[in-house]
Every structure is written in structure tokens, then in C-alpha cells.
Design a protein around this ligand. Structure first.
Ligand code: 5GP
Length: 120
């Protein structure tokens, strides 16, 4: 299924692009949740983590290498950052084209959700 991220890949809508090659695109998140928040996406349309096939393994690994490269470009590779890939409704996924969130620029809390599990 085509999403808004395909429109960004095809330059039909603008984005603040940080890195691009034939396989992936990295761009700033439109609604940043940390001082630095960007997304790394494959150019191939893959809807969710559940849809990553054996042939996609290389690009998914490559997405992490590009996350590290762009984090280094921002100068935050040594202080650290978080990568997150949300899957489906309970994971908080809203755009069904896989994307690695990269959050950085401050100490990030853990766990990353606000609702606490009730321990009976
Ligand atoms: P998800 O909730 O699916 O894990 O994350 C989707 C992310 O995409 C959100 O953080 C949201 O702010 C971002 N996003 C949604 N639409 C756009 C857009 O048009 N441009 C950019 N740059 N980011 C977007």
C-alpha cells in the first residue's frame, strides 16, 4: 500500500532530507519527539516489521548503518541515540511503510511509554 512516505520518496511532497541513495532515504520527522528526530526508510514499500522478507534483510541492516551515519553527522553518535521501529496498532505505527525513528539530543527515558503495566 502506498503511503505518504512514497510521496516523499518521489518528491511529490517536501521533506527535510538528510541522506538519500538508491536504497534508502533519511529525513527529519515533521513532529519531533526529541531535539533530534529523523526517520530512515527503505525506498521499497514494506508495510510493517511483519512484512520484512528474507530479501529485505540487507536493506533493513543498511537502514541501521545510515541511522548511525546521520547520527554521526549530527555529532550525537558518541553521546547516544535511540532507534525504534513501531509495528501495528499497539506498537503505535501510524504510517504503514517501515521506518526507523532515530531520537537523540537529550537523555531519553526508559521505558519509552507513559502507560505503566499494572503488576498484580
Ligand atoms: P509511526 O507512528 O508510524 O511510528 O511514525 C510515523 C512518523 O512519521 C511520525 O513520527 C510522524 O510525525 C511522521 N510523519 C508523518 N507524516 C509525515 C510527513 O509528511 N513528513 C514527515 N517528515 N514526517 C511525517
Amino acid at each position: 500500500m502506498t503511503t505518504i512516505f512514497t510521496k516523499i520518496i518521489e518528491k511529490q511532497i517536501p521533506a527535510d532530507i538528510l541522506f538519500e541513495d538508491e536504497r534508502v532515504l533519511a529525513f527529519k520527522d515533521i513532529s519531533p519527539q526529541a531535539p533530534i528526530h529523523f526517520l530512515v526508510i527503505p525506498k521499497k514499500e514494506i508495510a510493517t516489521t511483519n512484512d520484512i522478507s528474507a530479501e529485505d534483510e540487507a536493506v533493513v541492516g543498511y537502514m541501521h548503518r545510515i541511522a548511525a551515519k546521520v547520527a554521526k553527522d549530527f555529532g550525537v553518535d558518541q553521546q547516544g541515540y535511540r532507534t525504534v521501529m513501531n509495528c501495528n496498532a499497539d506498537g503505535g505505527q501510524t504510517v504503514y511503510h517501515i521506518h526507523l525513528h532515530v531520537l537523540a539530543g537529550k537523555p531519553l527515558g526508559w521505558p519509552p511509554y507513559t502507560d505503566r503495566l499494572k503488576v498484580e
